[in-house]
Write a protein that binds this ligand. Structure first.
Ligand code: GLA
Length: 374
């Protein structure tokens, strides 16, 4: 176990998604940003074939044998880490014995991707001790495979990519079909992002998430009979309106309508940010929330109440749920000078209606993976 000074302090971020929700697994473009809420790993090589895990907030100590990393699926807390290292090893990278101390500052269950931050930082910590250059997109892809296999969430690439590749002061326009991104400077003029957690108790988010993904796959199969597309995001509003709509019905039509128009909103949001039209950006956030509420059905009473409370403030020009939904956070664009009044109003309104308070986070957009030699 860790004695004395650690060799490296490695971090990876939680993320907020600004717009482009539930479209990463449909091959669309999304606009996430990495947060200063991070998971830290203090790590050093120990010259054995064992990875010793400890946590700052848990009494557990777990030892992983690097020759059988696939054997820890049911070990609480350690499973995501073992899974990430296993995926990294399977991709042909060295995994050696090390002592790792995990210190997570991404709130669990907040929808800000604490699991991605843990997975990504575990692999980055291994790269630090094996002196491998950091290939951040490859780290993100291995971490995503771990999330799918170990957490059972058939997720897209957005969270792990944002956690690894984020850049302070920028959002990433991430093309999930090619897994490439363009870093876009955040320009919100007099406005800032405020992130608040509705604190809804644990729910069935994972199974509902997988169900939504299956519905978009059903939409894609139906559309492919008439249109030459590889993924749903490729369809575009025009083809959807002229051909696509007629081929779908019921919930599958609703889900596809969300995906097609959300992709369009991402393009519009990036253009709005690049030309400084912050009001339009805010309107697109609201439209995204409406679509996630009515067509994709991933919000729920708590998130809707929090978003409505945000919009009841004259200082807020746009607000939406962020992440997978069914609980978690709302991101709002708020006049910077009024952030404190906004937080009070949000807390008061939400508590009045739901019976418990939200949590407003003090966080900013930051770099993804960082490695410091100690
Ligand atoms: C979760 C998943 C992501 C993405 C979002 C919704 O955070 O992990 O891959 O699908 O939901 O946009």
């Amino acid at each position: 176990m860790l004695k004395g000074t650690c060799d490296f302090k490695v971090s990876a971020s939680g993320r907020v998604n600004l717009i482009g929700e539930h479209i990463d697994y449909c091959g669309g473009k999304v606009l996430p940003a990495a947060l200063s809420l991070k998971n830290y790993v203090h790590v050093r090589a120990n010259g054995t074939d064992r990875v010793n895990l400890r946590w700052t907030d848990l009494p557990d100590e777990v030892t992983l044998d690097v020759t059988r990393l696939d054997g820890y699926k049911n070990v609480k807390h350690a499973n995501y880490i073992a899974g990430s290292l296993y995926e990294w090893q399977k991709a042909g990278h060295p995994v050696v014995g090390a002592d790792m101390l995990f210190d997570c500052h991404v709130p669990f269950g907040s929808g800000l991707s604490s699991s991605a931050a843990i997975e990504v930082s575990a692999i980055a910590a291994m790269c630090a001790v094996t002196m491998e250059p950091l290939d951040k997109p490859q780290i993100a892809l291995a971490a995503q495979r771990a999330e799918i296999t170990y957490a059972g969430v058939n997720c897209g690439i957005m969270d792990q990519y944002a956690s690894a590749c984020g850049l302070a002061g920028h959002a990433m326009l991430l093309d999930c079909a090619t897994v490439t991104c363009r870093q876009i400077p955040l320009h919100f003029g007099d406005y800032s992002l405020v992130i608040a957690n509705c604190n809804k108790p644990h729910n069935l988010a994972e199974s509902k998430y997988n169900e939504r993904r299956a519905e978009t796959e059903a939409a894609l199969s139906a559309l492919q009979k008439a249109v030459d597309i590889k993924n749903l995001a490729e369809l575009g509003v025009e083809r959807f309106e002229s051909v696509g709509k007629k081929l779908l019905s019921g919930k599958v039509l609703d889900r596809a309508t969300h995906v097609v128009y959300e992709c369009d909103r991402v393009e519009k949001a990036v253009a709005a940010m690049e030309c400084g039209d912050v009001l339009l950006f805010g309107k697109l956030l609201n439209a995204s929330h409406e679509s996630l509420k009515n067509l994709y059905e991933v919000t729920g009473k708590e998130l809707d109440t929090l978003q409505e409370a945000a919009l009841s403030s004259p200082d807020c020009i746009g607000s939406r749920m962020t992440g997978g939904g069914f609980g978690g956070c709302v991101v709002s664009l708020v006049k910077t000078e009024s952030k404190e009044e906004f937080a009070s109003l949000l807390t008061e309104e939400y508590t009045k209606k739901i019976g418990y308070a939200p949590t407003v986070y003090d966080t900013e957009v930051s770099d993804g993976i960082t490695v410091t030699k100690l």
